[in-house]
Ligand binder design. Structure first.
Ligand code: PRX
Length: 704
């Protein structure tokens, strides 16, 4: 508090920060705040709010200088041109355009691997791999990783993959997944990783959209006690995509994941399928780098929106590289001695930016975990933390809540005398040491204060700051995040914008609101890690993100800012549901439901869920004369599992003989949300409904 009192008054033209800096606003209510220890702050990259403000101010007032200073520490074959960045975020002024370091040529794989090897980190562990079964593990040093990447890169070149070609990757958390991403990057190919929990139909949809030369997968994976036959899913997806008439993927490179399934039991198509282990080790362990322009695409990653089919978010090379590396370093206060573990899957953006690229660009040692976090028991995560002496642990609120539930339940169930003896040996958390931990992280959805406190007090022994990082597939890296040594924390707040991020809150008319307020979270200027377009659909890019509030990038999230300038994310304001940190468009689930021959109409809303954050609640209207039955309910859910994936299966199907609609035929989701969450006294005005009695009908059928 003392150091804050010495801050200069005013932070230039950064209005919401003035609130914190100006004299009277320093009167934080102390009981809201959790301060980093002096020892922690002293050693941190950003040790005080003052330092943050100094850096933040420069990043806003001189983005070109701020980011080019940082970018200069990377390897560029050729330096970027005069203009460090170029942007137009205002649809009224023409096409939306964002470019950083254009004209500069580099290679992110080179910066992740070769640079670190040259800097003497060749023998440092890049990845500790922990298999599904405890005791099954492996490691790769930076030099070994480089060799593996080069072998695969050489193979890809050999089969004709060239700069700019798409490669679809459908792999679980094996080391071959980051190896594949890096190999693509090395030769300038564009990877499109599809989370290995998506169904064959979803995979096919993505394959048809980006037309890869090759699909890379493995035969199967074990998650917990379940074996999932990934190759069968790829086979089905390739059959389906070939029916679209587009010529794609004449090679399916398949890794034999022996612990899950043997080669002999894998279905095989001789003319198309190739075993990874048969070909890759034969290739040379060096491979020339393809130098690419900073603005050449690095990857595509499909994500859900409120309407239509998933969007292929396009990230380019240079800005993304600089941004993921920098955010990783500061938000986790990364030091070379850290052992870092992010539980995210590389099938999502978190795995791209903060399993693969961010850590490797910093020369970090990272843990990759193949299995399920509660297998063989809910202590597995802390077992892994102790095993590898993890210092930075980054996860999602849904996992925190599920481990919190399991561990508390176990304590009470297994030790009937707990209240008398207070022994903790049955607690799945406290039975492990966790002494190595120094920073915790959260991502994917707002972390509720009770989960935050459990994470902080129990897992981190009240010692480790929590970086609650707000960002999105589109943003490439952290946007609003604590810097653990700088700010006192408030449980559940993502705190302040990262360097270079002009986060603003606007009202419905798109007018910026200052001070303490609530509204729509937007960003006013570009940052290096921003996505540049949607694959093959720049118009949709502009319409979805830049037209709702002209002059701004619109995140789709609601946000409030408190009197101290802290940001509190309040969730999506569009028709996107966030289930266990997975982003699911209501339209996608509805379309899967109505593709069932007996379903006439569907409306899907999100409801609060104790563990998943949000659950999926589906209202379905059946074809005239079809009776609702348990079998039909199962059939409807199966359709969603088949078309999207198991993670999108509705938690509740509510039979709706009619849906509440306005006279113009628009479904009133506001009412459906209230019915779904049983807030029946908050239904509000139903008089504008075409048929007001459908509401009573729905309420009566709520538990059918
Ligand atoms: O609603 C926000 C939520 O996740 C959305 C982005 O989802 P996705 O693109 O799948 O990326 C997830 C990983 C970055 C956001 O629009 N979200 C993500 N992180 C947070 C969050 N909401 C609140 N707090 C967070 N820390």
């Amino acid at each position: 508090v003392e150091s804050m009192a010495t801050m200069p008054s005013g932070a230039g033209n950064i209005p919401h920060l003035n609130a914190i800096v100006l004299g009277e606003a320093l009167a934080f209510e102390e009981n809201d705040l959790i301060f980093p220890s002096d020892d922690f702050s002293r050693q941190a990259h950003v040790p005080s709010p003052l330092k943050y403000l100094e850096m933040y101010k420069r990043s806003i007032e001189d983005p070109a200088g701020f980011w080019s200073d940082i970018a200069s520490s990377f390897y560029w074959k050729q330096k970027w041109g005069q203009q460090v960045y170029l942007e137009n975020l205002d649809v009224r002024k023409g096409d939306i355009r964002i470019e950083w370091f254009k004209g500069g040529t580099t290679n992110i794989c080179y910066n992740c691997l070769d640079s670190n090897v040259e800097a003497g980190l060749g023998d440092k562990i890049a990845f500790y791999w922990e298999g599904n079964e405890p005791g099954v593990d492996a490691t790769l040093t930076y030099i070994q990783l480089l060799h593996n990447v080069c072998q695969l890169a050489n193979y890809l070149k050999d089969i004709g993959v060239k700069k700019g070609d798409a490669v679809v990757v459908y792999l679980p958390m094996l080391m071959e997944l980051p190896i594949t991403m890096l190999a693509c990057a090395r030769i300038g190919a564009v990877h499109s990783v599809v989370f290995a929990g998506f169904s064959a139909e979803s995979l096919a949809q993505r394959i048809v959209d980006c037309k890869p030369k090759v699909v890379i997968t493995c035969n199967a994976v074990k998650r917990g006690s379940k074996v999932i036959h990934l190759k069968d899913i790829v086979d089905a997806a390739l059959i389906e995509s070939s029916q679209s008439g587009v010529s794609i993927a004449d090679v399916c490179l398949t890794y034999e994941n022996q612990s899950a399934m043997k080669k002999e039991s894998t279905k095989w198509k001789e003319e198309r399928d190739v075993w990874w282990q048969d070909v890759i080790p034969k290739y040379p362990t060096t491979c020339a780098v393809e130098w690419v322009d900073a603005e050449d695409p690095l990857f595509l990653l499909y994500t859900s929106g409120s309407t239509g089919k998933p969007k292929g978010v396009v990230h380019t090379t240079g800005g993304y590289m600089v941004y993921t590396a920098t955010t990783f370093k500061y938000a986790f206060d990364y030091k070379p001695s850290d052992i870092y573990w992010c539980t995210a899957d590389c099938g999502w953006i978190t795995g791209h930016s903060y399993v693969t690229y961010g850590p490797l660009l910093n020369g970090a040692s990272a843990v990759i975990f193949e299995g399920a976090p509660n297998y063989p028991n809910p202590g597995r995560c802390w077992d892994i933390v102790d095993k590898y002496q993890v210092t930075i642990f980054y996860t999602a609120p849904t996992l925190v809540r599920s481990l919190m539930r399991d561990s508390d339940e176990a304590r009470y169930l297994t030790c009937p005398y707990f209240h008398l003896c207070g022994c903790d040996i049955f607690n799945y958390v406290t039975r492990y040491s966790r002494k190595s931990l120094r920073v915790l992280g959260s991502v994917g959805e707002p972390i509720n204060p009770s989960a935050w406190r459990w994470f902080f007090n129990l897992v981190g022994d009240s010692r480790c700051p929590i970086s609650d990082t707000w960002w999105q597939t589109e943003t490439g890296g952290f946007m609003i995040t604590p810097l653990p040594g700088a700010w006192p924390q408030k449980p559940g707040s993502a705190t302040f914008p990262f360097f270079g991020v002009q986060a603003v809150i606007v009202d419905e008319k798109g007018v910026e609101i200052e001070g303490e307020c609530s509204g729509y979270l937007c960003v006013k200027s570009s940052w290096p890690g921003a996505f540049r377009t949607l694959y093959g659909d720049h118009e949709r890019y502009e319409t979805t993100y830049f037209k709702p509030f002209p002059g701004y990038y619109f995140s789709g999230d609601g946000c409030s800012r408190d009197k101290d300038g802290y940001h509190w994310l309040t969730g999506r304001v569009d028709d996107v549901i966030n289930v266990s940190g997975h982003r699911i468009g209501t339209a996608e689930v509805e379309s899967a439901l109505v593709s069932h021959p007996q379903c006439a109409e569907a409306a899907v809303v999100g409801v609060e869920h104790e563990v998943k954050g949000q659950g999926i609640y589906a209202f379905v209207t059946l074809v005239e004369g079809v009776p609702y039955s348990e079998e039909l309910r199962k059939g409807l859910i199966l359709n969603v599992r088949k078309q999207i994936g198991a993670f999108a299966a509705p938690d509740k199907v509510h039979w709706a003989p009619g849906l509440p609609k306005t006279r113009s035929g628009k479904i009133m989701r506001r009412i459906l949300r209230k019915i779904a969450s049983r807030q029946l006294d908050e239904l509000g005005d139903t008089s504008t409904l075409a048929e007001p009695n459908v509401v009573d009908q729905l309420i009566a059928l709520a538990d059918v």
